[in-house]
Design a protein around this ligand. Sequence first.
Ligand code: GDP
Ligand code: IMO
Ligand code: MG
Length: 438
Amino acid sequence: MNLPTKAIIGTQWGDEGKGKITDCLAEDADFVVRFQGGTNAGHTIGIGDEIFKLHLLPSGILRRGVMAVIGNGVVVDPEELLEEIRMVESRGIAVEGLRISDRANVIMPYHKILDGAEEKSRGPKGVGTTGRGIGPCYSDKISRYGVRIGDLTDKATLEEKINMIFPTKLRLIAAFGAPPLDAVKDIIDTYSSYGSALGKYVTDTSVMINEAIRNGKKVLFEGAQGTMLDIDHGTYPYVTSSSCVTGGICTGAGVPPSSIKEVVGVVKAYTTRVGHGPFVTELTSGLGEYLQKRGGEFGTTTGRARRCGWLDLVVVRHAVRINGITSLAITKIDVLNGMEELRIATDYEIDGQIVKDFPSSISKLVRAKPIYQEFDGWKDWTKDETEKIISNGYRTLPIEMRRYLRFISSNVAVPIGIVSLGPKRDETMYLRNKKWEN
Ligand code: GDP
Ligand code: IMO
Ligand code: MG
């Protein structure tokens, strides 16, 4: 069956521009579904002069008539979600299309405390987490210690669960010497009140999404983080705690593999990373700082400066293989405008050997030297010219930029569907006739 479903997946270390691409493709979608991650995500969407920064709400919330679904694989911080709902409502966005899975796990106050405490105890070997309680919440889910969204609307169950979990958490927190928790009764009351506030959005989202797919609705799965932050396929242990890859959609949204048709891999035209861990093409010289400033590379969630470097196709090929990417969305290529010379890493050299596949070992990665291909840069242009370039089409892009793009596509053997030339909705070039026919 020719299903109109698409997945938007980060191919690098997050912040590739997934929010913007999701928003663009959501224009004629029926559903936008988040399937993993939590408030560690920060998806920025520029509409005219307005900027929206979303952490938990699916980007489809900004498109009228689109159902915005938080799947069971997401970890939900109800306090933050309510705040985000208030924020978008205050800016004239209706949230009646929001649905939250009753099976999604809840970020509790002890998860946030323990995230900070665990990071502190790792010292210089810390992951550099966002401090949002993500790792401890997913750990509890796997250890069968989790509180689920459905529990918040059932006070007796919530009370029973928290009373069971609480003593262990108190002991752990005391062992870390971390700040104390509120009284158990207060936590139960607060989370039960979150349940009352969110109850109207809570449902079995897997039933809803599968029905939509059966009925031929256009469904977009919005990834958070990126392949290199994936718990299995990323630079472990410098990763997040969820499955950010296409495979995570099946478990995190409750849909079968056969329901994922197109996979759009979002590739930033250079590379960035927030937090610690290996980064083979990192530019520690002035050029890295230049990209950081010109690209506005400061975290949407924590405000931390993002480390910057050249595009790394060993990384992108790894992402193409794991995710089954069917088309690429190249973002932020405008940030490279006006640079004289550019580089793209095609392979690594490790201990005198040429390496084409991304290694699992951190110690090998630390020794890896990038093998670069050099490219001529292209001219800069003003924001006003972007519109003209977009309406005149791909052929109007500078020849050097087209060479750079063609090289990426042929090296990773995937066609380009979208070239993003700025943060706003209309600064986007579609290389196919219709957005849903990639
Ligand atoms: P996400 O986490 O993958 O959704 O990405 P973020 O929103 O965290 O970071 C991407 C940043 O780049 C945001 O500030 C976007 O507004 C911006 N952005 C997205 N696409 C483009 C683009 O093509 N050009 C430029 N200059 N900025 C872009
Ligand atoms: P979006 O969806 C970039 C990074 C953190 C840290 C590691 C683990 O905006 O692309 P965590 O708090 O998840 O336990 O932190 O993962 N990280 C991200 N980096 N973009 C993100 O999300 C990220 N979410 C987590 O910086 O290195
Ligand atoms: Mg982000």
